[in-house]
Ligand binder design. Structure first.
Ligand SMILES: NC(=O)c1ccc[n+]([C@@H]2O[C@H](COP(=O)([O-])OP(=O)(O)OC[C@H]3O[C@@H](n4cnc5c(N)ncnc54)[C@H](O)[C@@H]3O)[C@@H](O)[C@H]2O)c1
Length: 254
């Protein structure tokens, strides 16, 4: 990818030890950004940093559990201490859960998925926006899902968490637009990542129906979501805010 005006920009990516987050960290670095790689997985995070450093990029790892307030505050502080500002944040860390109908879902699972997928995104936005207000602007992209746009049978709690990400995105876009902060979501279809591999290991017979749900005739690649996140953060998307960008091979078109 060519440099899209990210030279010298400071970018934070959560869930960047693998999957979509790693692909995004690499894409931002390829576009010229300095990248803070955030995850609970230190080994995977350091590997992402090494992949950015190898061709001459600048990155460092910040071990953070996004569901923990003090850790998220420290994460933003670490980026600002290092680079003086935070231009863009891709709040992408999230977890999947076992497939079960709503009436069979349990309270512990509800608390766990809401804790990471909703509280995590809220905490990240809260501390990122405080910094962006101080410096006079910035851009934020959150990873929602097609399950944040339409219902997702057997995934009621995951769908609830991703609809909440959409609500946070739209509201923050409305609250901070005049302050120069743009906030959008990417809504991936089914993407080939370690998350999908784990799901298919549990239920291999689902692969056929998952594939059928995508009019484009294949599943997505992490890089295709990364490219959308980079574009939404770039000046090319300067009039785009409060938007939910489905990158889903047409899944929500039918
Ligand atoms: N893969 C898909 O098909 C798909 C579809 C739609 C949406 N998504 C969303 O995309 C995002 C990335 O998913 P992925 O497929 O790359 O998953 P993944 O499991 O491959 O990667 C997720 C990363 O987030 C990290 N993480 C988990 N909990 C964390 C926490 N509390 N704090 C910090 N880091 C944490 C993990 O260690 C991992 O590195 C998630 O929000 C997911 O819900 C994925």
């Amino acid at each position: 990818m060519s440099k899209q005006g990210f030279a010298g920009k400071s970018v934070l990516v959560t869930g960047a030890a693998g999957g979509i987050g790693r692909a995004a960290a690499l894409a931002f670095a390829a576009a010229g950004a300095r990248v803070a790689v955030v995850d609970v997985d230190a080994k995977g995070g350091e590997d992402t940093v090494a992949m950015i450093a190898q061709p001459g990029g600048e990155a460092f790892f910040v071990k953070t559990d996004v569901s923990q307030s003090a850790q998220v505050e420290a994460m933003v502080a670490a980026v600002v201490e290092r680079w003086g500002r935070l231009d863009c944040a891709f709040n992408n860390a999230g977890i999947e859960i076992e497939h079960l109908p709503l009436a069979d879902s349990d309270e512990a699972t509800f608390d766990r998925v809401i804790g990471v997928n909703v509280k995590g995104v809220w905490l990240c936005m809260k501390h990122e926006i405080r910094q962006m207000l101080k410096q006079g602007g910035g851009t934020i992209v959150n990873t929602a899902s097609v399950a944040g746009l339409v219902g997702a049978p057997l995934m009621p709690l995951y769908a609830a968490s991703k609809h909440a990400v959409v609500g946070l995105t739209k509201t923050a876009a409305a609250e901070y637009g005049k302050a120069g902060i743009r906030v959008n979501s990417v809504c991936p279809g089914i993407i080939r990542t370690p998350m999908l591999e784990r799901a298919l290991e549990r239920e291999p017979r689902r692969e056929k129906s998952i594939l059928k749900a995508h009019p484009i005739g294949r599943l997505g690649e992490a890089e295709e979501i990364a490219n959308a996140a980079v574009w939404l953060c770039s000046d090319a998307a300067s009039f785009v805010t409060g938007h939910q960008l489905a990158v889903d091979g047409g899944l929500t078109a039918i």
